[in-house]
Write a protein that binds this ligand. Structure first.
Ligand code: SF4
Ligand code: SF4
Length: 441
């Protein structure tokens, strides 16, 4: 009989709330704490809340399977106190499981792994470390739901998403992996503005696209549609060299970006105001300032909340991290990790952040619907996860059914198995994706 990690691997479960780390790898750990991340702190995105309301039983079953698998004495499902209905829905299935709810405040970014591990366990990860280093495994709520489904041999073929912002009917729903963003927007009644941009995964940490033909992957969370003239789109949609050119001349080193940085406040040596100095240097001087970006989690607070000059310290950190990686340089933090005495007072309430971002008019429920878009074709990416792209095992012209295996990692490589998300005919296969045309289309 297959073990749980084998079933998880076979079902192609990856972290649904982040970069897509293969869940079967985490499932082989042995830890003290198993934490389920239901924090969901990106402005306007409420899909995990809806998932907890409508799929509580599967989430609890998956959480229990993982808690037992990793041998954790404590299993906590972390949900914001404000989401009382989700807490009640999950709590109904907790008796007898040994799992408990851990309530979080409504701050940004309370779902960051460093933050959630510290909030729930009091443990601080070593600089650059992972939860495992302090005896923890953290999984997103959708990932544990997929763990449960893997235990009944149901592979990951759908993604739970929400579409919100400037659309007629914001919603949360399941969608076959590989469906285009355009179809998701149409499923929500279309847009309410003429020209728009699409934030994928959130305005703080997600990416901006204008391409309706991009497709849903195993890590797509929420789509936020904003008018093209919204200040967030205006700021983000400019050449990267502009961000750094403005920063080089206008940064007055006030250091607010550092004072509000959640990683700095937790005790890590992230100092974006020093990273801004790197914009004016090259060579060795540049490398010295770059180091202060190494432990940044790209939460975006410095750029979108803290900087009074509307500069781009987060983007400067992103550039510095790339340069550090290319040069093989890592921050070796010498000072002990100690929480800053002002951390609590400097936390950023989500409501305040939404207001600062000019998003209040777009705040809306994204109610769950069991209806789903029915795409005529899907484009299934072969790299939807941390690790190498999966290698396709189907040929053009082959008929496939939903759940059939399409691709798997090369022997010995980290990655994830990919399955057909609809039944139909394989129309195109290449190293990047597989296109399936729906039966009867
Ligand atoms: S907050 Fe803005 S102006 Fe102040 S140091 Fe940071 S980047 Fe420079
Ligand atoms: S994006 Fe800015 S605020 Fe966030 S962790 Fe990085 S430096 Fe700190």
């Amino acid at each position: 009989m297959a073990t749980l990690p084998e079933l998880i691997a076979e079902a192609g479960v990856v972290g649904a709330g982040g970069a897509g780390f293969p869940t079967h790898v985490k499932a082989t750990s042995k830890v003290d704490y198993f934490l389920v991340n239901g924090a969901e702190c990106e402005p306007l995105i409420h899909k995990d809340y809806e998932l907890m309301l409508h799929h509580a039983e599967e989430i609890v079953k998956g959480s229990l399977l993982m808690k037992n698998q990793v041998g954790a004495a404590t299993g906590l499902i972390c949900i914001k106190s404000k989401n009382k209905a989700a807490i009640d829905a999950i709590s109904a299935y907790l008796p007898g499981t040994g799992l408990a709810i851990f309530e979080l405040g409504d701050f940004y970014p309370s779902g960051d792994e460093y933050e959630i591990v510290h909030s729930a366990t009091g443990r601080l990860m070593p600089p650059g470390g992972i939860p495992l280093n302090v005896g923890c495994v953290v999984n997103n709520v959708e990932s544990v739901l997929n763990v449960y489904r893997s235990s009944i041999n149901k592979p990951v073929t759908e993604k739970f998403v929400c579409v919100t912002g400037a659309v007629k009917s914001p919603k949360s729903f399941w969608v076959p992996i590989g469906t285009t963003f355009g179809e998701l927007i149409d499923f929500c009644g279309g847009v309410t503005v003429e020209k728009y941009g699409i934030y994928v995964g959130g305005v703080m940490m997600g990416k901006l696209t204008f391409d309706r033909t991009e497709v849903v992957t195993k890590t797509t969370g929420g789509l936020i549609i904003l008018p093209e003239d919204h200040k967030l789109i205006q700021r983000k949609n400019q050449p990267e060299k502009n961000w750094h050119k403005i920063g080089k001349s206008a940064c007055d080193q006030c250091s607010y970006c550092t004072e509000y940085c959640p990683r700095y406040l937790l005790g890590y040596d992230v100092q974006p105001h020093k990273v801004m100095r790197s914009l004016g240097f090259t060579g060795q001087d540049n490398s010295m300032w770059n180091l202060y970006a190494d432990l940044c989690c790209s939460c975006g607070l410095c750029t979108l909340y803290a900087c009074p000059e509307d500069l781009f310290p987060k983007e400067a950190c992103d550039q510095s991290k790339r340069e550090n990686k290319a040069a093989g340089i890592k921050m070796q933090q010498k000072k002990p990790v100690e929480v800053h005495p002002f951390k609590e007072g400097r936390r950023v309430p989500l409501k305040q952040l939404v207001k600062r971002l000019g998003l209040t008019e777009f705040e809306s429920h994204t109610p769950f619907t069991s209806e789903k878009p029915v795409p005529k074709w899907v484009k299934i990416m072969l790299r939807q996860h941390v690790g190498d792209a999966a290698l396709s095992s189907v040929k053009e012209g082959t008929s496939v059914k939903t759940g059939d295996k399409l691709a798997e990692p090369a022997t010995g490589k980290m990655g994830s198995i990919i399955h057909a998300s609809i039944s139909g005919l394989v129309r195109e296969v290449n190293p990047a994706y597989v296109i399936i045309e729906a039966s009867g289309k």
